[in-house]
Design a protein around this ligand. Structure first.
Ligand SMILES: *[C@@H]1O[C@H](CO)[C@@H](O)[C@H](O)[C@H]1NC(C)=O
Ligand SMILES: *[C@@H]1O[C@H](CO)[C@@H](O)[C@H](O)[C@H]1NC(C)=O
Ligand SMILES: *[C@@H]1O[C@H](CO)[C@@H](O)[C@H](O)[C@H]1NC(C)=O
Length: 361
């Protein structure tokens, strides 16, 4: 009898410690999410595919059709993806939104799309949703490197050398053929969360190897958009989210600046401008909020699930966080937020993200 109680007590301690460790790990993981997804954690395997872990009950996936905690079947996720494409097609036809949803398939768009000829895949890059990970997977599948771990970090984004060509590097006939026949996908997330993520990543954390955000882009935005009357609050203090919001919402005013900023603006351009979703017939549009399900689904639809696996995604990390959005937007004028929304509403409608009325009214 005594033994049993001792045993139970020991189990209790082990549980407590486990809970504690998990807390620490998932807390760290929030900060390191993009790096983790972009990091070394993918495994590309010969033929034994590891099953993606089931989503746990902790994940609170908002705005998604499927709220259950059990892993969806392929057929269930087929219908989720089909619904997304239906919505996209409906919104693309809405003439009121036309200039927010349609753009020419320009060189800029073709620059965003990466080609995996070995497996007939096209992937449009949309920053802040684990893109580095997908790029590494495709680089490996193209065969220039034998495993994801072998790809040097500096090569991931060097498309001259990494064996992952951009669609723009091909001839018009080659481009048309691939757009017609290849499996095409990209990933989106809530448009305002994406902007917050871009802001915090590029202007707050701003790693040393990307100095232009802090040294070139931030001062230019501050000069043009910061309200001057707040004395003692000039360029030295760094970009505020408020400055960023005013810049983003100023459709006409920011055009000349954006040309100077070059490709760096891909971090806050609309999904329409990056991937032309109304003009290119994509097969799957994954959602960051359900990345776990979407990643597994995309690998299967692309026919590569036996060759690669997507790394486990820490619970809760990709879910929509309304508190965070409210915090970032608190103190910013409704007028500025409405202008921002006007600029990004195409993305909200196309991908089924609900209008954030709690910020607009
Ligand atoms: C088109 O979009 C506008 C703006 O969001 C909306 O008010 C309108 O109801 C939409 N029209 C259709 C036919 O869905
Ligand atoms: C779209 O068109 C409307 C009216 O035609 C205009 O007010 C708005 O600024 C345009 N938006 C963009 C992003 O060009
Ligand atoms: C949501 O964001 C807030 C503020 O950034 C943070 O304190 C909170 O832990 C986040 N919630 C979740 C579930 O990540």
């Amino acid at each position: 009898m005594r033994h049993r109680w001792l045993f139970l007590g020991a189990c209790g301690w082990v549980l407590l410690i486990l809970v504690f460790v998990t807390k620490i790990i998932s807390h760290r993981a929030v900060d390191e999410y993009e790096e983790r997804l972009g990091g070394q954690s993918t495994t590309v395997m010969g033929h034994t595919a590891r099953k993606l872990p089931l989503p746990t009950a902790e994940i609170t996936v908002s705005q998604q059709p499927d709220q259950s905690s059990a892993a969806p079947t392929m057929a269930e996720w087929d219908s989720v993806v089909e619904e997304r494409l239906q919505l996209l097609s409906t919104v693309c036809k809405n003439s009121t939104l036309r200039n927010l949803t349609h753009i020419p398939i320009s060189k800029f768009v073709l620059d965003r799309i990466f080609v995996c000829d070995k497996h007939n895949i096209l992937f449009c890059q949309t920053p802040k949703v684990g893109n580095t990970q997908w790029k590494k997977v495709l680089i490996t599948l193209n065969g220039a490197f034998s495993g994801v771990e072998d790809i040097p970090e500096y090569l991931v984004h060097d498309h001259e050398k990494n064996g992952l060509p951009r669609l723009s590097s091909l001839t018009p006939q080659e481009i048309t053929h691939r757009l017609k026949t290849y499996f095409k996908f990209f990933i989106v997330r809530d448009p305002f969360e994406r902007l917050i993520s871009a802001f915090s990543d590029k202007f707050i954390k701003n790693p040393r190897f990307e100095p232009w955000y802090r040294h070139d882009i931030a001062p230019a935005i501050i000069r043009k958009y910061r309200k001057r009357h707040r004395d003692g609050d000039v360029a030295g203090s760094g970009l505020h989210f408020e400055d960023f919001v005013r810049y983003l919402g100023d459709v006409d005013g920011r055009r000349r600046m954006d040309r100077q900023f070059g490709d760096h603006i891909i971090h806050w351009m609309t999904y329409t401008e990056l991937c032309a979703p109304c003009d290119i017939p994509y097969n799957v549009i994954g959602h960051h909020e359900t990345l776990e399900q979407d990643a597994g689904y995309i690998l299967k639809r692309a026919g590569i699930e036996r060759l690669v696996s997507y790394p486990a995604i820490p619970p809760g990390i990709t879910s929509y966080n309304k508190t965070k959005i409210e915090q970032y937007f608190s103190g910013i004028s409704k007028r500025d937020i409405r202008r921002l929304y006007a600029r990004y509403q195409g993305d909200f409608h196309l991908f089924g993200y609900p209008t954030p009325y709690f910020l607009l009214t």
